[in-house]
Design a protein around this ligand. Structure first.
Ligand code: ATP
Ligand code: MN
Length: 470
């Protein structure tokens, strides 16, 4: 028999949820309460935060045996009549006429008993934590975000492009890259040989990608508007609450676009995603607001309702220098903004999202466009970071250098070899166009929206130093 999703019964969607209907539901028991000659189960199938109450009357076949067998974690199928619920907080419940048990969960050993578990403990049971209220909410919101990302770009005619996961061009700071090899390192070590990468799979050192941007630029100079949305890897040794070794990144790239257009796109994008989540996951968002972080709704509304402030890096430095706040890290023109500075600007000074533009050339990547204008203008590049209350930097983007001679000089000046970037330079050699894009760490976005304190708790199976379980 076809079974119904619990959310449809609770919300009355998909033509379901009518009082008097017979229905079948499947899921995992969250709680069991026994009364006199009656038992109440709360069943959850992951479709919503709220579970469905299943009432077991004593008259049901094998009542005594069933009640013994069913515990927190047991998987069951319940069939019965949908009736109005007397309990508060729920409109409907099921008067069960038949129960089938799929699998038991021994209460002596099942780790998710009905009590508060610490988030750190739950991280050690990542194979079971999706069955908790908190992680159910996180991963439903994560899914809504992913859907909204595609919807936003597809509605605007962007092509989703798939950039390589393995790459042999050691594009950016090679220090943070994971190597990819088919060599048997033990064998090489035992033989006392030195490593000869010409003998390796790709004939040269290869790595897991840290960004799809350069390849996205290739695609943008053919399709005009593209985006990537895929896994990214960084061998970050920093054990922070904002860094993962494996995370997902969204990188739109737009031809015939300057930095202002890029900032407009990024602002529209963030507003769209947050609005979508507020509309489609109201229960889950209420859960985060009440149980995780009481700033969640305020921060979300700031994204949706407020026009983002736009300032230059030079203006940001002036604000930070003038303010009375004591920072741990120094503030001075030419130094990068630290998280504490970013949060001060977004949370305290402007109290809304801030887009900082035109950073010093010395602290930004070689591919960012050098500003036109006076000698001091030419000390800055067309970079922009979006700073959000609660997290600090959430998006980093730039207009790309489209002038061949300037780009070549920049590559040399940062100590890289232009020959390694022959195909990237070809994009400027043949039919070059002004273009711009940005990168958004998907987990940082989910972290912002849910208010979860640690990035390890917004991806189902986090990868970080000393941890690749599950
Ligand atoms: P940070 O200063 O936070 O380390 P970054 O400057 O290294 O960030 P970029 O290279 O600009 O970041 O990467 C683009 C986006 O990817 C960032 O804005 C951030 O949202 C995300 N990101 C970067 N590193 C990580 C990571 N290790 N784990 C999760 N997300 C990350
Ligand atoms: Mn970093």
């Amino acid at each position: 028999m076809a079974s119904a999703r619990i959310i449809d019964l609770l919300r009355g969607t998909q033509g379901l949820g009518q009082i008097g209907d017979t229905c079948t539901v499947r899921g995992w028991v969250r709680t069991k309460r026994e009364g006199k000659g009656i038992a109440f189960l709360e069943l959850n199938d992951g479709s919503s935060l709220q579970g469905l109450q299943i009432v077991l009357p004593q008259t049901i076949d094998d009542y005594e045996a069933l009640i013994k067998q069913i515990n927190t974690g047991t998987s069951i199928e319940a069939t019965g009549l949908l009736v109005e619920s007397m309990g508060k907080g729920q409109k409907v419940e099921v008067q069960a006429t038949a129960i089938a048990v799929f699998g038991n969960a021994d209460p002596e050993t099942y780790p998710l008993q009905k009590k508060r578990h610490s988030i750190e403990f739950l991280r050690t049971i990542a194979h079971l934590r999706p069955r908790t209220n908190m992680f159910g909410a996180v991963f439903r919101v994560r899914n809504a975000c992913a859907y909204a990302v595609h919807q936003f770009f597809q509605e605007r005619g962007f092509i989703w492009v798939h950039t390589p996961i393995m790459t042999a061009s050691d594009c950016e700071g090679a220090g943070e890259m994971f190597g990819v090899t088919t060599f048997d390192l033990n064998e090489i070590a035992a033989a006392g040989k030195s490593v000869d990468f010409t003998e390796d799979f790709f004939g040269k050192p290869a790595f897991l990608t840290v960004s799809g941007q350069l390849e996205a630029e290739i695609m943008a100079t053919a399709f005009s508007n593209v985006y990537t949305f895929g896994p990214t890897f960084r061998a970050e040794n920093s054990n922070t609450s904002r860094h993962l070794a494996e995370f997902w990144m969204i990188e739109p790239e737009v031809a015939f676009c300057d930095l202002e257009g890029d900032a407009d796109l990024a602002e529209d994008f963030l507003k769209y995603i947050v609005k979508y989540v507020l509309e489609t996951c109201p229960e889950d968002m209420e859960f985060f607001q009440e149980r995780v972080n009481d700033q969640v709704m305020i921060n979300a509304r700031k994204i949706v309702d407020q026009q983002f402030e736009r300032i230059t890096y030079t203006e940001a430095i002036a604000i930070l220098e003038k303010c009375s706040k004591k920072f741990e890290f120094p503030v001075s023109w030419g130094l990068d903004l630290q998280s504490e500075h970013e949060r001060f600007l977004a949370e305290e000074h402007f109290q809304k999202p801030v887009i900082v533009m035109d950073y010093p050339l010395g602290i930004k990547a070689f591919y960012m466009r050098v500003n036109d204008g006076t000698a001091s203008d030419r000390q800055t590049v067309r970079a922009m970071d979006i700073l959000a209350p609660g997290v600090g930097e959430i998006i980093g983007g730039s207009q790309r250098e489209e002038r061949l001679d300037v780009l070549e000089a920049r590559i040399r000046s940062v100590g890289l070899n232009p020959e390694d970037y022959w195909w990237y330079l070809d994009l400027r050699r043949y039919g070059t166009v002004p273009h711009a894009g940005f990168g958004l760490g998907f987990e940082r976005l989910v972290q912002f929206i849910t208010g979860m304190g640690n990035i390890r708790d917004v991806i189902p199976f986090p990868r970080f130093p000393q941890s690749a379980e599950f």
